[in-house]
Unconditional design. Structure first.
Length: 293
């Protein structure tokens, strides 16, 4: 079984059912009646849970968010071609996202921009007004790949920079590497505390609050957010990593936070699978959908 990627995808699939529900009280009330994990997206639930964004209709248990799909595609491609580079990454995503491509699900802004630039270039039309400089968690997909395939952080950054020029991703890669150097349960809090020295300096105050504040909603309302940007998501991920007591506990906390829960789960799952055991029956819930080459 893949050490980092499978747990990341498992966590992503487990939380897709509530991905992009922003009504925190609704999620809290629902969690008191049933688990928020391993649900299938239901349009009626999303209407009741407004504000929400129902982006993944017709999903079945084990399906992934688009970022989970990218991780799976990237692993399959890179593991069979060690010369796979950024140009190949671009070609791979275009083969999925362009009209007529094999992917039929929701495409996020960075993917739409990539397609728009390519189509305009094909039509010999100026595409210079569209810039690929996103700050979403897609920049961490190559990092998870690098951990799985023992690639360098420079390799990860080379792929990630297809979508962003924000070099702070490299600082975050080093921060997560520092955590993963001491993945034992008894050391995880200390490892997280020590890792913050490697974080981007302007992000440090928020990350410190992430570990100091135990009340999740208070922390998010005052210092972070529930949306997809790195400035929102990374502090929330650090908060969940620090304050959870098991793999399942972390995903439950993350699901109740709402917003970009499935995409945050990719990093949470990859990291905490090195610290805690995954419940044995979870693999049976989604494994047919998560077959990797």
């Amino acid at each position: 079984m893949k050490k980092y990627i499978y747990p990341a995808l498992l966590a992503n699939a487990a939380t897709l059912g509530v991905h992009w529900i922003y009504n925190v009280q609704y999620l809290q009330n629902l969690s008191e009646k049933q688990s928020l994990l391993f649900l299938v997206q239901d349009e009626q639930v999303f209407k009741q849970a407004a504000p929400s964004f129902f982006a993944y209709p017709n999903t079945v248990l084990g399906d992934l968010s688009v970022q989970g799909e990218i991780l799976k595609w990237l692993y399959d491609a890179k593991s069979s071609n060690n010369k796979f580079n950024q140009a190949d990454y671009k070609t791979l995503l275009l083969s999925k996202f362009l009209p007529g491509g094999s992917y039929k699900g929701y495409v996020e802004s960075y993917g739409k921009k990539l397609v728009a630039i390519d189509l305009l270039d094909q039509l010999k039309t100026d595409s210079s007004q569209i810039t690929l400089n996103d700050d979403q968690l897609v920049g961490f997909i190559p990092y998870i790949l690098a951990k799985e395939l023992d690639l360098s952080l420079d390799d990860a950054w080379s792929l990630a920079s297809l979508f962003t020029k924000q070099s702070f991703y490299l600082d975050y890669y080093r921060m997560f590497d520092s955590i993963l150097e001491n993945p034992e349960e008894e050391n995880i809090k200390h490892a997280i505390e020590q890792s913050l020295i490697l974080a981007p300096k302007d992000k440090l105050p928020t990350l410190e609050k992430a570990i100091q504040m135990s009340n999740t909603n208070d922390f998010i309302e005052e210092y972070a957010g529930r949306a997809c940007s790195v400035d929102d998501a990374i502090p929330v991920i650090i908060h969940v990593l620090y304050h959870s007591t098991s793999f399942e506990d972390a995903l439950n906390i993350n699901a109740k936070i709402g917003g970009a829960s499935a995409d945050r789960s990719l990093l949470i799952g990859a990291i905490l699978s090195q610290v805690y055991d995954i419940p044995t029956d979870w693999n049976e819930k989604v494994s047919p959908k998560l077959i990797l080459k």
